[in-house]
Ligand binder design. Sequence first.
Ligand code: B12
Length: 215
Amino acid sequence: MEQLEAIKEAVNKGKRKEIADLVQTALDNGADPNVIINDYMIEAMKEVGARFEAKKIFVPEMMISALTMQTGVDVIKPLLEKDENKTEKLGIIVIGTVFGDLHDIGKNLAILMLESAGFEVHNIGENVPADQFVEKATELNANIIGLSSLLTTGDPYVKETVSAIKNSPLKDKVKVMCGGAAVTEKFSVGECGADGHAVDAIAGVKLAKKFVGVD
Ligand code: B12
């Protein structure tokens, strides 16, 4: 579909004024909301990241693409949001981006998908120190803590946060899952001791369901 390529192009080039109409038209023509996000918007952001790395663009352009993606996701959001009539929750999840890291798009998408799957999710924001994950999960009696990390400079904070959780009374009550472009299964589970790693938001939902014993 022509609009799907136009959506990718709009995120890539940061055409923020055009994105809402493009997404709405694609939806009206029957495009799947998950396909728009995963196969076109996220793909565009990967290309943006690669151009940034190659020094072809700089932080402002990266920011405009991010805002464009957010504007597009806002159009899709109501279609993915939880069914308010579903009263029984699968579990309580606390999610934040680790200390030093301000990236929030992936975390927010993971939250959207987890909520639409039936979890109660508490977004504790970005640049979150280790002890705040522990405090919030304790206060809310959470079943799962989700960490998002996009910067490799955040690796020590992923490690510190997982350690803080595993050295707290939450140890036997809460499962920890990690996501975001900077973390791998090997690092987050193997080196930091998290209970699981999710390559994307869909994998995050599968993992969270596994943690609470639902399939
Ligand atoms: C957009 C962007 C920005 C925006 C962020 C805007 C925002 N509101 O988030 C801005 C411009 C602010 C920015 C700033 C910086 N950025 Co930046 N950014 C990106 C970019 C292009 C896209 C990230 C993104 O949103 N992707 C789309 C989302 C949907 O994907 P995602 O985050 O991976 O999330 C998915 C999964 O990973 C998963 N997921 C994510 N989190 C979680 C959590 C859980 C619990 C679960 C289950 C799943 C999950 O689900 C999501 C959906 O499937 C990436 C490139 C890239 N390839 O990632 C660089 C990138 C991450 N940035 C980078 C850098 C270097 C920076 C800066 C340091 C630049 C600078 N010199 O200032 C600053 C750091 C600021 C800070 N302190 O955080 C580097 C990091 C390199 C590294 N190895 O560490 C990257 C990789 C670009 C590059 N190739 O060089 N950035």
